[in-house]
Design a protein around this ligand. Structure first.
Ligand SMILES: [Zn+2]
Length: 328
């Protein structure tokens, strides 16, 4: 008797489950290999990765992950920074490089009012972040590939919303003198120091790259207690009209490769003097030149997960949050 009840109960549970399963609307999963034919796959293998990634207008579906190394990787599930915020505006919007890992977007939304307060500026002007799916860029940078790098201008945000045209054409002031050895003291101010310092003081920031002449000036005016943030401010080519902020690998990104830690100390040592040797000064690498090393990268030079990111369906949700009515 009890046995019969058990059988009937089990049967009814099974029937209920089957009925419930029937009522679920099945959403087709993206194919595991969305490439339809090998011809397409072959083409992808031979094309420069910077062409493939710059063609993608929207981020991939999938949870956010920075994949690979800053100058050799890609970004899954990137999100966009609104091009106009209460204390920031994105410049060169037409490049479609206002995407990043959510940690970068959160950082900028938090940093913009902090920087405004520290400098007395109305806000900050944001240059390149990453392409929607990261990857190598056709011009301008070797890094910025995994959604954790951002350029921020040495220029206060004006007290109005810039037009689309202005955002394409306004130039940031060059803070370095023509000889490349000194800052341009006609336009350099204590606000620039506060700006760099505030960026370097943020815990998620791994490095802040500036022109060597700017680092040299910071070394000249530093005080004893500045070592913690000064160690993160590193000299690099260009970067005379903007700072380059790089975030640490986020905890949700196991395939993100960390950069070696910055050396101990404030960096005001021999490693800095090296930047003022004649042959380095003569290099004068402009920020916007195409990077030869990024140019040569193909899909197989990137982590294997980047092929899946490139071919994944687009996240349609990201287009809905994009306010095209804003001046861009
Ligand atoms: Zn940069």
């Amino acid at each position: 008797m009890y046995g019969n009840v058990a059988v009937v109960t089990a049967l009814s549970v099974a029937l209920t489950c089957a009925a419930a399963a029937k009522s679920i609307v099945r959403v087709p999963l993206p194919p595991s290999n969305p490439l339809k034919n090998t011809e397409e796959e072959k083409q992808q293998k031979s094309k420069p990765a910077m062409v493939l990634f710059s063609e993608k207008q929207l981020p991939s579906l999938g949870r956010a992950m920075a994949i690979g190394y800053y100058p050799r990787g890609c970004l899954q599930g990137g999100i966009e920074l609104p091009t106009t915020g209460p204390s920031w505006q994105v410049m060169r919007v037409s490049r479609n490089r206002y995407w990043g890992h959510p940690e970068l977007v959160n950082f900028l939304e938090r940093f913009a009012p902090l920087a405004a307060k520290a400098t007395g500026w109305k806000g900050i002007l944001i240059g390149d972040m990453a392409q929607p799916r990261g990857g190598p860029l056709p011009f301008g940078h070797k890094s910025h590939q995994i959604g954790l790098d951002v350029d921020i201008w040495f220029m206060p945000m004006p007290d109005r919303v810039l037009s689309a045209k202005e955002r394409e054409n306004i130039l940031a002031p060059n803070l370095v003198a023509a000889d490349g050895k000194h800052i341009n003291d006609k336009i350099w101010s204590s606000a620039d120091v506060a700006f760099i310092r505030t960026a370097a003081e943020q815990p998620e920031v791994e490095r802040v790259l500036v022109n060597a002449a700017i680092k040299k000036e910071l070394c000249r005016i530093k005080s004893k207690n500045d070592e913690f943030w000064m160690s993160k401010v590193r000299p690099w080519y260009g970067h005379a009209d903007h700072i380059h902020v790089r975030l640490k690998c986020p905890t949700d990104s196991p395939d993100c490769r960390a950069q070696p830690a910055v050396p101990v100390g404030d960096g005001c040592d021999k490693s800095l003097t090296h930047w003022f040797t004649d042959w380095i000064l003569r290099l004068k690498i402009p920020d916007a030149s195409p990077s030869p090393s990024a140019k040569g990268l193909t899909l197989k030079d990137l982590p294997p997960a980047c092929a899946a990111v490139l071919n994944a369906p687009a996240n349609p949700g990201s287009a809905a949050t994009d306010d095209r009515s804003e001046p861009r």
